[in-house]
Ligand binder design. Sequence first.
Ligand SMILES: [Zn+2]
Ligand SMILES: [Zn+2]
Length: 182
Amino acid sequence: MKLDLGEIILHLGKRIRYQIDEPPIKDIEDGIRNIKPIKGEVVFSNAAKHIVVRGHFTTEIEVVCARCLNPYKMDISLPIEEEMLIAGHLPETTEAEAQLPEDAKEPLFEDNILNLTELLRQYIIVAVPIKPLCDEECKGLCSQCGQNLNQEPCNCPPEEGNAAFADLAMLLEQKDEDESKS
Ligand SMILES: [Zn+2]
Ligand SMILES: [Zn+2]
């Protein structure tokens, strides 16, 4: 959805309330699927040099667990807080945009038109953890046979590499303790 904010831009102090009711966004990002419509509300107000955007929205997405690779559902409920500089002033980077890689950016506010879908997309991406987990306790996949260890344990012998790491970790811990004593 693209919203023409030209009317607000002409009138200082003007406020417009907009009900967000968007179909799920198709291409959010690899590994993120928007599976429910986006609902919410946003208020635009003209504060002279910029438009203040305040609101909130909810939706549901499906993301892929970084450990077991199973998709799982995640509720999204976020406040919207932006300030869009009115044309003629220098462009501004939004909070959400600032956290995205360069090539992920699309014009958000251009010629007084706000790309609301793009704004919501950016908010959703930023809300997803870098390593999403279906559960804090997710056991992940066996690195040898690929078995999803949440479903049932496999019969693979414990990995030697891991054992060596465990020893090293213990040594390091020991060292820390020694150091903190001295
Ligand atoms: Zn998982
Ligand atoms: Zn295994």
